[in-house]
Design a protein around this ligand. Sequence first.
Ligand code: PHE
Length: 346
Amino acid sequence: MNPTDSLESALADLDSLASAGRLALDGAGDLALLEAARIEFLGQKQGRLKSAQERLKALEPTARKAYGQRFNLVKGELEALLEASRERLAAKAQVVDGIDVALPGIRPVLGHRHPLTQTTEELTEIFGRFGFAVARGPEVEDLWHNFDALNIPQSHPARDPIDNFYLSSARGGAGLHERPWAMLRSQTSTVQIRVMESQPPPVRIIAIGRVYRPDTVDATHSFMFHQIEGLMVQKGVTMADLKSVLSLFARAYLGEDVKIRFRPSFFPFTEPSVEVDMLWHGKARWVEMGGAGMVDPNVLRAVGYDPEEVSGFAFGLGIERLCMRRHGIDDIRLLYQNDVGFLRQF
Ligand code: PHE
């Protein structure tokens, strides 16, 4: 910049800037033009007033005071004009029958599927790729499908009324010794039986649905939750097939880095039996994902299959736990409260 800039020419330029600014700010016909004028004259970075202010430095020290005073007047005037134009234009926004037709539209809020439904769909898709078809069974179930056919004897503690929702309206016989014959199913293993009763091997299905147990509700338990049951029966199925299907599944749903482990366990309807655990993120903690094992020969016999001919594996996993592990949810109750603020996150 010229260090010997003259006061006269600087003031003259300031004056023409002021009249151009008045014209643009006062004459703007709508808010967009006004905004363009604001940026041109009052813009913080490259506005014309900003450059006029820089010019101060190029003036003789004695001339600076006069220039500075005039600059402040012009700036104040243009800022006031901007405000006045803004109010004027806002007031004349197009109003038709009391509706401002120039306002942008309001996007309606769209709902979306519940995280448990999303999980169910994804699991169905993953097992579909592995060749598993979807099977279904009723939630009100008889004791044959929930217990007897699954090799759970009459005296087994799993039948205790404390641990099951028997339906009192479904009693066989009369009097003191009447026994309920129906219940809310406590496991989706019931569907294994229904499928095998209805078709010969080979079988490769999953069944997803609600199950009911009178558990005390806490962060990891609920009296109703969802399970995914898997069943594969044909010639030559082994425990190695079970392990590889579950490992492939865990990696597909929970990510390549997921760690799972198999612990020896017991179920009346599988032999040998395992419990399947997954490592919870960030915490060095194993959480049970469900149970699995090789279908017990007694179960195959109960549905008329020949255990000398075919073998199979079965598994039953908790859907809530999988969904919680996937999304980092630490309280199962959140999945049932229908708090829109929570649900919007998925
Ligand atoms: N039905 C068992 C449960 O609910 C899980 C399971 C399914 C175990 C299939 C083995 C085979 O705990």
